[in-house]
Design a protein around this ligand. Structure first.
Ligand SMILES: C[S@@+](CC[C@H](N)C(=O)[O-])C[C@H]1O[C@@H](n2cnc3c(N)ncnc32)[C@H](O)[C@@H]1O
Length: 272
């Protein structure tokens, strides 16, 4: 059989097809609204933010566009370190949480923008920034269009994080519950597509915590429920049993959870 040539591969089309095979359903704005509070709480104490900022190396005169900003995971700490931040998200609830948090912290250099990847950003008054970022928010049907949109809105640098293999999903939990895990396309499509678009992306990896601390078994199980839609009672039992099997008690009464597959993100950056 004749091998395909690298230059003939259409990475955007391959990405589109791989997305159709994924086992999880893409979330709309209403889904993210519902998840906003728990997502904000779950990510608040993660080392992800610190590692992302260490790789980005923000400079104090930058303007930054944060696409899919969520509850301000990066927009808030960035606002303290750069001149101004535009925080864009299609979930109104995420933006509300971001604004509440900014208000409490006395941060006044963030402009929140309620818009999606598919919207006309220029019509919303979003111009070019020094740097555009999209952190864990590249779950789009047309990857090339999203990357081009980021490039059009940044003069100095673009940085995105994308899943490595299963990303935040835990393959062992899926096996225990008895559901297949097809995580869909990961960062390797993005890197190859960028190369084909003429950029020279650099890649670093953000490896998250090997061990997580929870107040109770229920808290630990709750941190897993977002991975599954509509667990039936038997699946819920199997999930609880799995989570119990990977936790141990600490001296102070809290629970330590250690998973075999540690979530890893690819930090991809390039000059637009
Ligand atoms: C996993 S969260 C990431 C939030 C934040 N950037 C972080 O790293 O913690 C994904 C975010 O992207 C937003 N999002 C998803 N699809 C979007 C779209 N089509 N347009 C705008 N925002 C979107 C969601 O509302 C959510 O806030």
């Amino acid at each position: 059989m004749q091998q395909p040539r690298l230059e003939d591969l259409d990475w955007n089309e391959m990405y589109r097809r791989a997305r159709q095979e994924k086992s999880w359903k893409s979330k709309g704005a209403a889904d993210w609204d519902r998840k906003a509070a728990s997502f904000a709480e779950r990510t608040e104490r993660s080392i992800y933010t610190e590692k992302f900022l260490a790789l980005l190396q923000p400079e104090e005169d930058w303007s930054v566009l944060d696409v899919g900003c969520g509850p301000g995971t990066l927009a808030l700490p960035l606002a303290r370190r750069v001149e101004r931040v535009t925080a864009l998200d299609f979930s109104a609830r995420m933006l509300e949480i971001l604004q509440e948090r900014a208000g409490r912290a006395g941060i006044d250099n963030i402009t929140a923008c309620h818009a999606g990847w598919g919207d006309d950003w220029q019509a919303r008054g979003i111009g070019r920034h020094d740097v555009a970022i999209a952190s864990r928010s590249l779950a789009v049907p047309d990857l090339r269009a999203a990357l081009e949109q980021l490039c059009r809105h940044a003069t100095h640098r673009v940085a995105v994080t994308d899943r490595v293999r299963h990303g935040p999903f835990d393959p062992d939990a899926f096996a225990a519950v008895g559901r297949p895990l097809r995580p869909g396309p990961d960062y390797i499509y993005t890197v190859n597509l960028l190369y084909r678009m003429g950029f020279l992306p650099s890649v670093a990896y953000i490896v998250l915590e090997e061990e997580m601390v929870y107040r109770s078994l229920e808290d630990a199980v709750e941190s897993y429920r977002w991975m599954f839609r509509d667990l039936d009672p038997a699946e819920e039992k199997r999930l609880q049993k799995y989570v119990r099997s990977i936790t141990t008690s600490a001296d102070n009464g809290s629970l330590l959870l250690r998973r075999r597959h540690v979530p890893t993100w690819a930090f991809i950056s390039w000059r637009p």
